[in-house]
Design a protein around this ligand. Structure first.
Ligand code: AHM
Ligand code: MG
Length: 336
């Protein structure tokens, strides 16, 4: 047992690894690599208002959306640490059309692939609102020593080995989940280390917050509208009225609801009939994290983690949060 009150991320993962004689330490290595990338991203996010790094990069990403410079910086940092590490055989990124094979000898023999959204909510950068990095880890299904293929990436969410996010907020936090639980680490800027601040995070069974883009209200299905109405009324079924909180930065919205109890919804709309959020880079990792903390996540029809992916960039609706609030939603908007 480490005889100190606060464990750093490295100490924590090493401590966990020591409990499994058979563990190779590759997953710990991966988390360390992502922790390093996020510290570098954090430095740039923090000075975004100071340097000439703001603004559009002048290109569009594969979804036809505007790309900011920091997205590209964050993407490069994630790729660099994962490629130089010893645990990752390839990546998929929200910013890149196709997956990337790491074909050096060490990487070819690594057992994990990582999918990430390097900087989610980046539309909020220039107004000083929290943004985040989201990641999802799968064990490759192709043999070690060979280049990864698309099949390694297009795995169902319930095959994730780990998932996490970093929130660049009033403090910077890294939260990651494995099947053993969910833990949160706050960056101590004095020593540049993530320190265990939120051990064994549990999603409260219910809460008082609903998060949805109200501007789209008239585009939602009737059942969703009725649930939102119920959230605003003091009805027998909801016990409301609930508080509405929507930042428009998923990492911040889901993080708050995970800690305080609540429900986050991004339903399909007439404009976005498949939903806005990406299954592989946003919905799957958050569904894994929230389920591991005792919450639930669906696309309105089924568990997110049971959706069979067919495209690296596929969109999905998302409903995620405290289990009793999800039950309540489903009375108005039943699963398929
Ligand atoms: P992004 O990946 O382009 O940053 O978009 C994802 C973000 C989420 O963080 C957030 O929940 C959502 O878009 C907000 O969308 P909207 O402005 O339509 O409510
Ligand atoms: Mg995103």
């Amino acid at each position: 047992m480490v005889n100190r009150k606060v464990l750093t991320l490295d100490e924590f993962t090493i401590f966990q690894k020591r409990q499994f004689a058979s563990a190779t330490g590759e997953l710990s290595g991966l988390l360390r690599d992502i922790g390093l990338a996020s510290k570098r991203i954090n430095v740039e996010v923090n000075k975004a208002g100071l340097v000439d790094i703001l603004g559009d990069h002048g290109s569009t990403n594969v979804q036809g959306e505007e790309v900011k410079k920091l997205d590209i910086y964050a993407n490069d940092q994630m790729i660099r640490v994962l490629q130089h590490g010893i645990s990752c055989a390839g990546i998929g990124s929200e910013e890149i059309d196709d997956f990337v094979i790491f074909d050096d000898e060490v990487s070819l023999n690594s057992k994990y692939v990582v999918m990430f959204d390097p900087l989610d909510g980046s539309g909020n950068i220039d107004v000083n609102i929290s943004i985040g990095t989201i990641f999802s880890v799968f064990k490759r299904i192709t043999p070690l020593g060979t280049p990864v293929t698309k099949a390694d990436f297009l795995q169902r969410g319930d095959r994730q080995v780990a998932a996490g996010y970093v929130i660049y907020g009033s403090s910077t936090m890294l939260v990651y989940a494995t099947r053993r639980g969910v833990n949160g680490f706050t960056l101590d800027p004095a020593i540049g280390e993530f320190c265990l601040s939120h051990p064994n995070i549990k999603c409260p069974p219910t809460g008082n917050i609903y998060s949805v883009n109200h501007g789209n209200y008239y585009q939602y299905d009737k059942g969703i509208q009725e649930y939102i109405n119920a959230c605003q009324q003091k009805t027998k079924s909801t016990g409301g009225p609930y508080t509405q909180r929507y930042i428009g930065s998923m990492v911040a919205d889901v993080h708050r609801n995970l800690l305080k109890g609540g429900i986050f919804m991004y339903p399909t709309t007439r404009d976005k009939p498949k939903g806005k959020l990406r299954l592989m880079y946003e919905c799957n990792p958050f569904a894994f994290i929230v389920e591991m903390a005792g919450g639930r996540a669906t696309d309105g029809k089924k568990r997110i983690l049971e959706v069979e992916p067919n495209d690296l960039h596929q969109r999905s609706a998302l409903f995620i949060g405290s289990p009793l609030m999800m039950d309540e939603l489903e009375k108005y908007y039943p699963l398929a």
